[in-house]
Design a protein around this ligand. Structure first.
Ligand SMILES: [Zn+2]
Length: 147
């Protein structure tokens, strides 16, 4: 559980205003992940071994590049347990509660109180052998590439 400050946000698509957890400007290596149910999880990529594991697997493939955000694109699906509705988590901006767009801008200060956000879990991922982790990664990568 991590306490994360709230910040007022505005959706660029539908102009809805809402408060969302915001890691602030000095949060290198920290991410929030969101599911389609609107659940939020916290990740500290420096402390979480699974993030380094996924980077290591992405590095095995010449066609995938760590630098262009590919790890962040696949990480939640590959290594994190889904929410209670079975939806995977994805590193992104907070989705707009009205229209679901992640095209949001934060406005104002981080002065709106705090959210208690759970850390991501990796029960499935951690139960896999290295070979099975690679198989899982390949399945997710393939699905994303065919979208
Ligand atoms: Zn919206």
């Amino acid at each position: 559980m991590k306490l994360i400050l709230k910040r007022a946000c505005v959706c660029e698509k539908c102009s809805a205003r809402f408060n969302a957890p915001d890691l602030g400007d000095y949060s290198y290596g920290e991410f929030l992940l969101w599911s389609a149910s609107g659940e939020c999880r916290y990740l500290n990529a420096f402390e979480d071994e699974t993030y380094k594991e996924v980077i290591g697997i992405v590095d095995l493939y010449e066609k995938f590049h760590v630098e262009d955000g590919f790890v962040q694109e696949v990480y939640g699906r590959v290594a994190c347990d889904p929410d209670e509705n079975g939806f995977f988590f994805h590193i992104s901006n907070p989705p707009c509660p009205q229209c679901g767009s992640t095209n949001i801008v934060s406005v104002g200060d981080q002065s709106m109180g705090e959210f208690a956000v759970k850390a991501v879990t990796h029960f499935l991922w951690n139960s896999l052998s290295y070979e099975d982790k690679i198989i899982r990664f390949r399945a997710v990568a393939l699905e994303l590439m065919n979208k």
